[in-house]
Design a protein around this ligand. Structure first.
Ligand code: NAD
Length: 367
């Protein structure tokens, strides 16, 4: 049987630097664990614009549709800030999400014990935190029509429309329930059913889907209370399912519970392909970090954890994902730190490659 296929789109700035470490990790799993992938690489963002005049070439888009999973680094940078909106690096990313129809955005917020003091919250509130936010990514107020700015009685009026079909709510809910089944079997759905009709429908549909997942404990919460609870007692949650707008805000809020942007992975999943795997793209939450690009300072862990998510959610290799996450936990516990993870006590930060070396060493030790 052919190996599963991965398309690497490293992108701009620190994207290629952190992706180099992921490639070494992928190589390790092939050599040491017999988990081999057919890896191809292509351009996205500013790098694609420089080569082709567009942030994503049609051929790259076609490849992304065919592979089992896409791994993306980061896009953007000051060089491209003045480009026309239609060819900005971010448009490459948005095109991938849209044309692959990646409707479920998974944003884990996991607090490694060794980094608990980096959180703006107290150690005991975040230590051991492990939650997953599932954000609906392709509908809601960011896409709803009518939208725009028009004149009414000599005054400008800005309009956006929150619109959800029951099918859109349902497919995201199923993704969230499936995830909950693989975790602690608890799902909290967040909306504003007290003031929004789309919220009432959201609550109804999630409740209907629950009938197919009786083992999962379902709760509902208004999204504003959810924001409060996330900073008050985040460990009460396992999986959270929410819409595009609330998910945008709540997932950034949850992300910061864990300290550094250099630690945060994400996955965006779509409908299953013929082989049963969902269309999928995995990427770190951080951007291209132009301020440190090219200096070997970037923390590769967010990108490596994104690959761990690919192992778990695209390839059903949960035990190998556990192995990789445990290796990262181990090097952090042993004191390995890139510059973004340096505390006030100081010390010498590891380079991107040295952090990769440390993780590979911990993986070797896990055999
Ligand atoms: P950013 O995430 O690139 O950087 C924010 C800060 O965090 C910077 O100080 C950076 O040095 C630091 N940082 C980020 N990732 C790090 C890592 N792995 N290791 C160590 N430090 C890290 O956000 P920004 O500065 O607002 O944006 C820079 C560019 O990236 C812009 O062009 C923006 O449009 C783009 N961007 C892209 C994505 C993406 O590709 N998904 C996401 C956000 C921003």
């Amino acid at each position: 049987m052919a190996n599963p296929s991965l398309l690497i789109l490293a992108g701009d700035g620190i994207g290629p630097e952190v992706m180099d470490e992921v490639k070494r990790i992928i190589g390790w799993f092939g050599d040491k664990r017999g988990v081999a992938f057919d890896v191809s690489e292509d351009l996205v963002g500013g790098a694609a614009y420089d080569a082709h005049g567009v942030p994503l070439h049609d051929d790259t888009m076609a490849k992304a549709q065919e592979v089992d999973a896409v791994l993306l680094g980061a896009v953007g940078g000051p060089k491209y800030d003045d480009l026309d909106f239609s060819v900005k690096p971010e448009r490459g990313l948005l095109r991938l999400r849209k044309e692959m129809d990646l409707f479920a955005n998974l944003r884990p917020a996991q607090c490694f014990d060794a980094l608990a003091d980096f959180s703006s919250l107290k150690r005991d509130i975040v230590s051991g935190l492990d939650i997953m936010i599932v954000r609906e990514l392709t509908s809601g107020v960011y896409f709803g029509e009518p939208r725009g700015i028009h004149m009414e009685e000599n005054m400008r009026v800005g309009v956006n429309t929150q619109r959800y079909t029951e099918a859109e709510i349902e497919r995201g809910a199923r993704a969230a329930f499936e995830l909950a089944m693989k975790r602690d079997k608890r799902l909290c759905s967040m909306e504003k059913a007290n003031v929004m009709e789309s919220g009432i429908l959201w609550r109804d549909v999630v409740t209907e889907v629950h009938a197919d997942y009786p083992e999962v404990e379902l709760s509902h919460m208004y999204a504003d209370n959810g924001a409060m609870q996330l900073v008050r007692a985040p460990k009460q949650f396992d999986v959270i399912y929410t819409d595009n707008l609330f998910g945008d805000i709540l997932s950034d809020c949850a992300a910061m519970l864990t300290g550094s942007l250099g630690m945060l992975p994400s996955a965006s999943l779509g409908v299953p392909m013929e082989n049963g795997r969902p269309k999928a793209m995995y990427e770190p939450v951080h951007g291209s970090a132009p301020d440190i690009a090219g200096q070997g300072k970037a923390n590769p862990i967010a990108c490596i954890l994104s690959f761990a998510m690919a192992l778990r959610y695209s390839f059903d290799l949960g035990a190998e994902a556990d192995r990789l996450e445990a290796a990262i936990e181990k090097v952090l516990a042993d004191g390995a730190r890139t510059g973004d993870l340096m505390g006030p006590e100081g010390g010498t930060p590891l380079s991107t490659t040295q952090m990769g070396d440390a993780i590979l060493g911990a993986l070797d030790a896990s055999l």
